[in-house]
Ligand binder design. Structure first.
Ligand code: HEC
Length: 183
């Protein structure tokens, strides 16, 4: 009897520790995503202003993977962006869990959810994973929208021959940040 109580108590305690660890991971993951976004977006904006969308395609193609790699090295988190219709078909291809979450994010958006609320996590003993939705705003349409300028389309196809990431409308889900950390 005493033993059963002790075991119950121990598993309660480890559940508490587990919840705390998950909460810590979530905060850390969200902060890594925030850094990623707040490095990438200004660099995209600056490139657009300096050279227009054609020049910005090249900057995006170079900078996005580089920023992700740099942040991964600094933070110990693996990070990338994923999409159901990837442009970078090497890096942005979603795996099974990511496909499930992206589909769910789309449904939540359609049901009126705020873009900021699109967060999902997979806390496991050996690895913690977190995703945050990315929604199309006006500036994105020049390179992901329905009517691209011919020279922009050409620049994109040169870098990404199998690009699928066009045809989006304002407010649609473009993809998600996806980060993971081994424990
Ligand atoms: C100047 C053109 C351009 C603009 C504007 C642009 N993108 Fe992209 N986007 C790209 C390119 C090029 C890539 C591929 C980058 C890479 O190789 O990682 C990309 C990739 C992405 C990805 C990674 C998934 C994938 O399909 O490869 C997401 C998510 C994304 N863009 C979202 C956005 C959002 C949101 C905006 C608006 C805030 C935006 N983009 C504006 C050119 C652009």
């Amino acid at each position: 009897m005493k033993n059963a109580v002790a075991i119950g108590l121990m598993s309660l305690m480890s559940m508490g520790a587990w919840a705390t660890q998950t909460e810590e991971m979530r905060q850390e993951g969200l902060s890594v995503i925030k850094q990623f976004g707040s490095t990438l977006k200004p660099s995209l904006k600056a490139a657009m202003q300096a050279g227009g969308p054609v020049a910005a395609v090249a900057v995006c193609a170079n900078q996005a993977p580089r920023i992700a790699a740099q942040l991964s090295e600094q933070s110990g988190w693996q990070l990338r962006r994923v999409s159901l219709k990837p442009r970078n078909t090497k890096m942005a291809q979603a795996d099974e869990w990511e496909i499930q979450v992206l589909t769910e994010f789309e449904q939540r958006l359609l049901a009126g959810a705020a873009p900021q609320s699109l967060v999902a996590e997979q806390p496991r003993r050996e690895e913690y994973r977190l995703m945050k939705g990315i929604v199309v705003d006006k500036v994105c349409l020049q390179c992901h929208g329905q009517q691209l300028a011919p020279e922009v389309r050409q620049a994109i196809v040169e870098h990404y021959p199998s690009d699928q990431a066009t045809g989006y409308e304002l407010g649609q889900l473009r993809g998600a940040f996806s980060v993971r950390r081994s424990l």
